[in-house]
Write a protein that binds this ligand. Sequence first.
Ligand code: ADP
Ligand code: MG
Length: 345
Amino acid sequence: MSATPTDAEFSLIDRIRARALSRDDVVLGIGDDAALLRPPSDRELVVAMDTLNAGVHFPDDASPADIGWKALAVNLSDLAAMGAEPAWCTLSLSLPRADSDWVDGFLDGFSDLAKMHRVALVGGDTTRGPLSICITAHGFVKPGRAMRRDSARVGDDVWITGTLGDAAAALALRGLGANASLARAHNIGSREEEACSREVLEARLARPQPRVEIGYVIASFATSCIDISDGLLADLGHIARASGVGMSIASDALTASAELRFFFDTDARSTLQFRGGDDYELGFTAPPSARDVVQEVGHTSGVSITRIGAVTERTGVRALDVNGDEVTVSGQGFQHFASDTTAGR
Ligand code: ADP
Ligand code: MG
């Protein structure tokens, strides 16, 4: 895999090509100098790119299949946050050596998710270097319908899909990340329960489910949207700043998964849910008139969608604790929970 392509490189590309899903709108996929694609004439093209580096974006011992899934998932999550319907992607693989077993494993996870969302792999690049995966994902949205960060309005509700904190909890349980030293719950149950709960949290870290269908549906009424990858407060802060508004978030409105509750008490849960990251849920704003339809979307999709706060004129994202006390949130995250150890919250 030097500047001159080797047999090993071509054999890896052949493996990838053999398993790439195609679609009618792919005129020419893997194999030429570039792909030829036919976007619908009545849609805007949405393009997202995300890179995963070994040791930074996934643990060194992550399985190739999990890496393949996650590399595509984080990109589809960006498309979901725009309200786009996914269509195509390209894949840049940097590998320490031409390891066909690794590539086969990677393609197992990647293809499972690609099939679920009908994403065609139409090209890419394969090089030698430290393990790194970069994917560009392309999708379509009706003109003017994309959910942007700069259009939240004062008085809107703030919503999130699913539950937050689970992926960060999995990392913390492994003794990794910023939350490794968080206190665990005392009254933990049986060994079986513990193993099951840990497995669920691990799956949320390794195999995030991009909320593609939900993003596509809410685009017709949501005023702004973002996918939660860096922590709820940090990411809502992006919407607030871009829109020139603020938000108040009721911390007790955040639902926690049973698995998160199994391992962590209220204080630790708040930290994980507000600051954790790696959730790949959607945070969005919508006018109060959309409440019924949001509930319906939650019902239809089988994913809980929770109203957690409101868009305010006063700038900044503020969390309100269960006592209704305001907690100032810095741009870096949720400082209050970093230092506060008040019990009984
Ligand atoms: P070139 O030298 O013209 O860039 P390459 O040998 O890099 O061609 O790639 C040959 C074909 O294989 C191209 O169509 C390219 O898009 C595709 N390709 C290379 N690597 C990947 C990959 N990791 N995933 C998908 N397609 C790939
Ligand atoms: Mg190339």
